[in-house]
Structures are given as structure tokens and as C-alpha cells.
Design a protein around this ligand. Structure first.
Ligand SMILES: *Cc1c(COP(=O)(O)O)cnc(C)c1O
Length: 442
């Protein structure tokens, strides 16, 4: 059984993209964010208290391509870019599917996830603007870790508000974030007015991303040289993550594959957007990917695309952020504590939401028990333990591969392995012991 030569497609550092791709250029008119006070379209100045100028400019940009600053491009090498595109050959054999399954390896970053791609760009622009401190929220801890790490490259201090449920469940995340030199608080915290209010009203709460965002924004708004940094959802984050898909397109060209399915998990939507948007852009412009289906995968516990409503809603719980036109479960919805903490968000990126609304993208959702079963299979065939979030994309890829088997179709599937699960072994432990609760029981 010879291993095929497309088992791993590597690029060299010169192949790191020179510009990011922006789907806002090709998707048509988007509904603008609204000022939370007046409910009128937000003006760029409305974002001044929390974001630096270049980030605000990118957020509203409809340019198709944005040059990646040389310093950012060079620093992407620290994150082990370009990331390999690998073929899950042993998984295919195990499934006895005629389909080819490729996966894009964001797990190779020293941070263990894709989040560093935007953290780097955001830290760079803030440092350029003279910002000395960045505040942020984190769910499972991946985003806080990413921002804490890259802050060192640009001499910035970082303060992280981590959702209390995860803070307690994943104590080593705090250690990692502290090791990188950042400050971390369990949210809701006594550090902010909003945190104190929530603690008073709901002393037992396990917190939520929405609450943590409110706390981080409150701190940023109070100091001129402190800005807020968001790890997903917003347009500029989708832009920075496009390196994933731009690299993947080069790799698919080398493999001479035009995928039938491109699949990624979606929490706020950034790894999904990063992988798929450059291809969706080509499809819209009639330059390929005509028959490719793009599938976003979410947890049953936070099904914003599959069960949410497309409407204006706040990005946070307090209602500090502008209203975004997105698929949402309501900004007060607190998703149950599933292990895939990065997917526990009430809304979805406005760009991903628009693409879904236009039927450019489809969506599925899964219970966490079935996603961990998929993770185990990946570990035992490919040797990689995927992040609980990535297990959602993997589960969908396996299901599609099995559908191909039934129809005896030699299709090709690409899924995003957004991160590894070596820092999230509690979920695997529960699964192995048979005590992992179904999402419906949380
Ligand atoms: C944060 C995270 C996600 C979800 O966030 P998106 O913005 O939807 O990509 C997915 N996978 C991993 C490993 C994460 O850390």
C-alpha cells in the first residue's frame, strides 16, 4: 500500500500570500453596523474609543485585496506558516470511501490554532498607532493565548477576560497566558462596572463570551491608549484569516484538485471565512469553484446559522457594541458549557451570515458526543488529536465521505483543522470514560 505523493503538500515561506482577500468586495451591498445609541448606521468615529484607525478602515473596506505589511508577513513564519495541506489517507482507508479527504493544518501553529493569523495583524496595527495595551475576551482560551503571544513581538501589554466556566475547567490556559506575559481575569470579574453588576445579579454564572466582550470593551473605552481586540466575527478578522484559504488554493493547484466540498467549523466564523472566502470570491466572479459546496459546521448547543434569526443584534451582552446584521440566537443567550468553547457564541460573522443568506454556504450542526467520536477516529488513523471545535468540521467531512461511499463517488473534500486538542483533553477523557454529556443534556 504505497502512500500517495499528495499525502502532504507543503509551500515555502515565499509562498505566504502578499495580500489578504476581502469578500466584502464581491458579495454585494452589506447591511452596515448600527450605532447602539442612535440605531443609525455607525460612523467610523463610533469605533474610535475601542479600535485604532487602520483596523476601523479595514472593517469598512470593500477593496478586494489589502497588502499584508512586510512585518506581519515575516512574523507569520513564527506561526509556522505556510501551513501544510495534508491528505487523510489512513482515515479514507478506514472509512472505505472513494472520496479524497484533505485537511488544512492550522494545528501546526505554536499556539495550537488559527487565531494567531489575525492576532499578529491586530497587534501590529495597534503598535503602529501607539497603543500600549490591548484588552480582549477569550472563551476556550485560544484567542487570549494568541494575543498574549503576539503582543511580545510588538511590545504591547495584553489583558484577557476569560469566560469563567472555561477559566475553571481549563486552568492551564491561565498558565499559558501568564507564561506569555499577559494578565488574565475570570469573567464576570470585579475589574469592571459591568462585571460587578453581573456578579451581583447572577453570582453563580459561568459567564459567556458576550459578557467578557462587554468587560474588555469597557476597559478599552476608558483609556485612550488602550484598545480592544476581537478574535472573530468582524470583517477585518475575516480579512486577516484569508491567508488560510489563499495558501490552500495554491496547494490545491499543485494537487490538481478542485474540491467538491470545503468544510470548516464556525463559532464567530473566522476560520470558516479564512478557508472558504477566497474560493467563494472566485466562484462569485466565475473563476472556478463552480461546483464546490461550502459547509459551515456548528454545535447543537449554539446553532446560530441553523436555528438563529437573521437580524440586527449586539455583539456582546451589555449592548456596548454596534448592532451587527447577523444570524443570532439573541445577545442574551448563554450557550451551555460544551467542550468546544470557541464555538459558544450567540452570533455569526456578518460576512458569513450574508454568504449563508445568499445560499453561497450551507450549514449543519452536531452534538458534542458525535464530534468527539470523530476526533477519536482521527487520532487513531492520522495520529492527530483535533481541537473539540475542529472535531465539528471533521465530523461533517466524515459524513460527507460516507455519503460519497454510498453513491460510489470519487469526490474531494477539504476541511479546516482549526487547531489541536492537546490542551483540551478533558473532553476526550470524558468521552473515553463514557461520561461526556450530550449537548441536549447540558
Ligand atoms: C476559536 C476557535 C474556533 C472558532 O472560532 P471561529 O472564529 O469561528 O474560527 C474554531 N477552532 C478553534 C481551534 C478555535 O480556537
Amino acid at each position: 500500500m504505497a502512500i500517495p505523493k499528495d499525502v502532504r503538500i507543503d509551500l515555502s515561506p515565499e509562498d505566504i500570500p502578499k495580500r489578504w482577500y476581502n469578500l466584502a468586495a464581491d458579495i454585494g451591498e452589506l447591511k452596515p453596523p448600527l450605532n447602539p445609541g442612535t440605531r443609525e448606521p455607525a460612523k467610523p468615529e463610533d469605533f474610535d474609543p475601542i479600535f485604532c484607525k487602520e483596523i476601523i478602515r479595514q472593517e469598512g473596506s470593500t477593496e478586494r485585496y489589502v497588502d499584508i505589511p512586510e512585518e506581519v508577513r515575516d512574523s507569520l513564519i513564527y506561526l509556522n506558516r505556510p501551513a501544510p495541506l495534508q491528505r487523510a489517507y489512513r482515515l479514507e482507508k478506514h472509512l472505505k470511501t472513494p472520496a479524497k479527504i484533505f485537511y488544512k493544518r492550522e494545528d501546526m501553529s505554536p499556539l495550537g490554532s488559527h487565531k494567531g493569523n489575525t492576532a499578529l495583524a491586530q497587534a501590529y496595527y495597534n503598535a503602529e498607532a501607539g497603543v500600549h495595551t490591548l484588552t480582549t475576551e477569550t472563551g476556550a482560551g485560544q484567542w487570549g493565548t494568541a494575543l498574549a503571544m503576539v503582543s511580545n513581538l510588538f511590545d504591547i501589554d495584553t489583558t484577557v477576560f476569560m469566560v469563567k466556566g472555561s477559566y475553571i475547567a481549563k486552568p492551564l490556559r491561565k498558565t499559558i497566558i501568564n507564561t506569555y506575559g499577559a494578565t488574565i481575569h475570570a469573567s464576570p470579574s470585579a475589574q469592571t462596572e459591568f462585571g460587578r453588576k453581573i456578579l451581583k445579579e447572577h453570582p453563580e454564572t459561568s459567564g459567556s463570551l458576550g459578557i467578557a466582550i462587554s468587560e474588555a470593551c469597557e476597559v478599552a473605552a476608558k483609556d485612550e491608549n488602550t484598545c480592544y481586540s476581537l478574535g472573530s466575527v468582524l470583517n477585518h478578522v475575516m480579512l486577516h484569516q484569508s491567508v488560510i484559504g489563499l495558501e490552500t488554493m495554491q496547494q490545491l493547484e499543485i494537487a490538481e484538485v478542485e474540491p467538491d466540498y470545503v468544510i470548516a467549523c464556525a463559532g464567530g466564523g473566522s476560520n470558516f471565512a479564512g478557508l472558504t472566502f477566497p474560493m467563494i470570491g472566485e466562484k462569485i466572479r466565475g473563476r472556478g469553484f463552480e461546483n464546490t459546496e461550502f459547509i459551515a459546521v456548528e454545535p447543537d448547543a449554539a446553532p446560530s446559522l441553523t436555528k438563529g434569526e437573521f437580524k440586527y443584534d449586539f455583539g456582546d451582552t451589555a449592548g456596548f457594541t454596534p448592532l451587527l446584521m447577523m444570524y443570532t440566537l439573541g445577545s442574551e443567550f448563554v450557550p451551555p458549557s460544551i467542550h468546544a468553547g470557541g464555538l459558544r457564541y450567540h452570533g455569526m460573522s456578518p460576512l458569513v451570515s450574508a454568504a449563508y443568506d445568499m445560499d453561497m454556504v450551507s450549514a449543519r450542526s452536531y452534538d458534542q458526543t458525535e464530534t468527539f467520536a470523530a476526533g477519536l477516529l482521527m487520532a487513531r488513523t492520522e495520529g492527530i488529536i483535533p481541537a473539540p471545535e475542529s472535531c465539528h468540521a471533521l465530523k461533517a467531512a466524515i459524513d460527507v465521505a460516507l455519503e460519497c461511499k454510498e453513491r460510489n463517488e470519487e469526490k474531494s473534500i477539504v476541511f479546516g483543522l482549526s487547531g489541536h486538542g492537546l490542551l483540551d483533553l478533558y473532553g476526550y477523557e470524558q468521552y473515553l470514560e463514557g461520561t461526556l454529556p450530550s449537548s441536549a443534556k447540558l
